[in-house]
Design a protein around this ligand. Sequence first.
Ligand SMILES: [Ca+2]
Ligand SMILES: [Ca+2]
Length: 492
Amino acid sequence: MSIIRRLLPLFLALTACDCDERLKGIDSEQLPVDEATSTGVAATAALEISPQSLNYVRLCTPSQDNVALYNAGNAPLEVRALRLDGTGWSIANPPALPTSIAPGKTLYVRLVGTDGTATLVVESSDLSRPTQSIPLVARTNRPPRVTMVTPRTDEIVPEGADVVLEALVEDDDGADDTVTVDFLTGSGVIASDIAPVDGRARFVWVAQGRPVGKQTVTAEAHDACDAADVADLPICLDAIDRYESIGLGDWKLYGGSIIDANGDLQMTDATSQKVGTAFDISKKVSAKKVDISFAFRIGNEPAQGGADGFALVLLDPSRKSEPFIGASGEGLGYGCGPGGGCNPLPGWALELDYFRNLFDPTPTPHVAFSVDGLMAMSSSLSADGSTKLFADLPESLGLWTSLGTNGQGVVMDSDWHEMQIQFELPHMKVTIDDITVLEFDLPMPFIYDGKTYDFSHEAYVGFSAATGGSTNYHRIRSLSVNKHLCEATNRG
Ligand SMILES: [Ca+2]
Ligand SMILES: [Ca+2]
């Protein structure tokens, strides 16, 4: 038999079958894997996921990242399920499943993380690890938080004083490493891009070139995502508004007051039972805080015992309508003795009284403080010695030349004397010719006759004076009012 005849039946058998199918059938029975190579070596699919986790914190915008599903095996990898367990994550390009990844090939899955924790779960034909997962964390940036520490709310910063602006800053996880702080006012930027140290942003705002008056200081914190938080702080940057005027158009004169030929304010002449007052009604000052100086001159020709005195009055116009004038004689044009029955001016007053009346706190010429024209206040509140609201004037000041002929008044010297009255609640200081004649702290709360006085009113500055049976002229000039911006408002 020829060689061809012996091989022919085998040739026919081979060409008649589906050889691949037969081989597959044999392999799948013999190998514990899903595929086998034609060489008989075991074929496997092997899924490798990369990266093995995604972790994003302080995301300014949602994260987008590819996760690679790589088939490191030598058989096609079938991806059967792809899912996210958790919140805040999604798949931007979900593939139709099942899908196959050829050996050495990669399927990219695009994951979008917004704000949450999830797990990407992949089920595949990788028989050794049919279910694999990777953890996903995404946390959206939280805005920073800022609060002002100094100055305090509504703090009054003295004129000329530097002020420390300090803000507490906190960002995600309590950190401040990506935060910067700007300090601003309505009029512009004070300082910008201050990096906090230990959670505190600090800036020294120097007095020079600073705005004055009521201001809102804003601390504005920005993080790396430019998310912001602001803290507003109302404060007042004090400044002293000095004005000097008397008898000008804004002054209102009542009773016997005139502006004399020298331009001085004369409230009474030296005739009996005169009363005169004058107030600058164009401006108001704080009744709590004021610094006023002026010159006064009291006298008569020929020299004789005179009366009665004058007062600086910080009138509360919210409790009184015009005319702003009180009683003559012992009332000094602003007050009432204990008997009442007159028309006192509300507010506070500092009097210079050189005519003795029975309710006066002292028989000698004196200065005294009172409220609402209650002239007995200084006697009564000073009685226990704890707060002396009056002071005898020393003869060494030279305000008078001799005792008056009637034993009650003195002969005033007809010279000009400087007087300064500084009041910053509760402290009062009065000087005459640079000598301190009265200084005290009001007991706070300040209560008299069952009524509490808080000095919160805004006041007209003015003067009053009176004569009685005895007489003197009373003149004022060179008024200087130092008004603090932070506790007073202009009327117009
Ligand atoms: Ca942040
Ligand atoms: Ca008197």
